[in-house]
Design a protein around this ligand. Structure first.
Ligand SMILES: [Zn+2]
Length: 280
């Protein structure tokens, strides 16, 4: 038995020999395994990079709200600079679909930037940062929120379409499509598309499922309503083999670990692609 002092006044408790070293060995072993596994996976992704286009998922870009959906302007700018440093060039979802049909060439490292919900800051704060870098993005708008305080207006949306922003639908009411009967879900996607087109926006070809939730019947429903693609919340990369109505995304919430967190999120998407997780 050995004495282990637990305070500075001579108090102690006794402990069986070896238990401390067992715990140490256990955690040290675990640490080594995690390190080897992490190193192995990082090597796998680095030396056998998976094919596919990442689609980043943002919501708000500003310096005045501080919830998990808000990325500060400086962080967003740093993330865009990181993409350029890694050799990425932004494309729209339509560029991706045209390339799939052989009608357009994609850059060597293509990436798609998307923002859900249609917040006003997408125009006032996100767009200038993109334009300074010659980058483009897709914004998914909830049609019943158009013109509400904090959200984009009809004029904003038209202006953005003229400034390299692709506008897609995020349904009429932002309700999970899986929580309603199919006929109602169809109404949500049909009405939002038609309303935007009737109000003078360019044709709406893309949809973002509210909360990333979808059901098996939805790709057919979207095809029927003349959508060409839809994005989910499932992590991964997208190739021409990926179901265009179940595109995978890399969620980018408010970072807590700076640019390393951003790099890790991109890495995670590549890892999912290498391991074939969530593949559609
Ligand atoms: Zn949303």
């Amino acid at each position: 038995m050995s004495k282990i002092y637990v305070n500075g006044y001579g108090g102690y408790r006794e402990k069986r020999d070896g238990s401390g070293s067992f715990i140490f060995k256990f955690f040290f072993g675990l640490f080594i395994i995690v390190l080897l596994l992490g190193g192995g996976l990082a090597g796998l992704v680095t030396f056998f990079p998976p094919e596919g286009v990442p689609i980043l998922e943002y919501h708000k870009i500003n310096d005045w709200s501080d919830d998990e959906y808000t990325v500060k302007k400086a962080d967003f700018a740093a993330q865009m600079d990181e993409l350029r440093a890694q050799g990425y060039e932004t494309i729209s979802i339509l560029d991706f679909l045209r390339a799939k049909k052989g009608k357009q060439e994609l850059p060597k490292k293509a990436i798609i930037i998307t923002a859900d919900d249609g917040y006003k800051d997408n125009l006032t704060d996100m767009l200038p940062i993109l334009e300074e870098r010659g980058m483009k993005a897709t914004v998914f708008m909830v049609t019943n929120d158009i013109g509400l305080p904090g959200y984009l207006t009809w004029d904003d949306l038209k202006e953005m379409q003229g400034r390299n922003i692709e506008i897609g639908s995020h349904t009429a009411n932002h309700l999970a499509l899986t929580s309603m009967p199919p006929a109602e879900a169809e109404d949500e996607v049909k009405k939002s598309k038609l309303l935007m087109e009737w109000n003078g926006l360019k044709t709406i070809f893309t949809l973002s499922y509210p909360n990333g939730k979808y059901a098996d019947y939805m790709p057919d429903m979207l095809r029927r309503n003349e959508y060409l693609a839809a994005v989910t919340g499932d992590p991964g990369l997208n190739t021409f083999e990926t179901n265009p109505y179940l595109l995978q995304r890399v969620n980018i919430p408010r970072p807590h670990l700076g640019i390393w967190e951003f790099r890790f999120r991109l890495f995670k998407a590549k890892l999912c692609a290498v391991l074939g997780l969530f593949k559609h």
